[in-house]
Design a protein around this ligand. Sequence first.
Ligand code: TPP
Length: 364
Amino acid sequence: MKRFAAYDPPEYLSWTADPALVRDFRARVDADPERAAAIRALGEEELLAMYAGLVRNRLHDVALKRWVKNGTISKAWLGTGEEAATIGPVHALRRSGPDHDVVAPMIRNAGACHEMGMPIADMLRGYLGTADSPSFGRDGHVGSVRHGVIPPISHVGDMVPVTAGVALSFRQRGEDRVAMTWIGDGSTKSAAFHEGINFAAVQRLPAVVIIHDNQIALGSRPETGGIGPFSEWPRMYGVAGGSFDGNHVLDGYAAAKLAVDRARAGEGVTLLVAETFRLGGHATHDEREARMIYDADTFARWGKRDPVGLYEAWLEEEGIARARMEEVEAAVAAEVDAGAEEALRSREANMPVGATVTDGVYAA
Ligand SMILES: Cc1ncc(C[n+]2csc(CCOP(=O)(O)OP(=O)(O)O)c2C)c(N)n1
């Protein structure tokens, strides 16, 4: 896809497909027979829908970065380099219809909101705090229950018990639906995470919990210490699980598809670990600090594994014409540009009015 000199990490500006990594990507598709079967069942439209999801996620972040640079907003929480860990799994869900599944993303999983059908304009209105944003300008964390997106709260970890509760309600009502959430590697240290995953495990709830292991939490490298590596956590909780390549949209899709199928079959929660790396700061304000925590070689190594570029290379090898991908990219770019313009119009005409400050506040 098009690169943006002012906004992309430097690793992407000069990105070209490394043949060894393209081979690794292909090998990963076929490495596990169950995952391979799930991937090989996808048709061209589904493969391209996932490509559109990656591009949409990336361009949404580019739009936000543009707004930070031109002073429209003060900062943004981006997922540059981590998009596949969100887009692959969300595509394994039932994303429309009366019995659609539910996601509980964190702010960095904006791609999950897009793919569940939330308009880009609404996502961007969330950042602008407009009265017509999904939170009515109350919170930058946005969701849309109508689209199956539970709005996150800022407190990390808390969406795991919420997800378990949603999954419990599905089971109690006899609904064939699954709840999925993501949690950062750092946030797994919260009591809420343990409580939520333990409850989901004991109750064998129809849920998928994804540890988004981007190897950083604010300005720290998380340490698992005495608890042991994430790969051991599913066994520790007595649930199904495993890891997937968080820069490989198809591996993420397949791992999640098998987990969703298990959940629908009554086999309970799955704990997945997405191994990835964020090519930026915690938010746009500390990108320089992030590059002081990990050395340039680490950034260069992960930069070569750009989830968008590697997927494009694989699609091309699969016989999907570059022109088809360019069409998809152009359509998504137009959607994001239109969404940004729409959101800016809301900012001109529809900011919250002071007198409404207590509206919608519990017990106001
Ligand atoms: C309960 C709680 N403690 C602290 C914070 C402040 N905080 C926000 S994000 C964050 C780090 C999260 O790191 P991680 O879970 O690894 O996710 P990432 O940001 O890397 O995606 C912290 C400590 C918070 N929001 N909630």
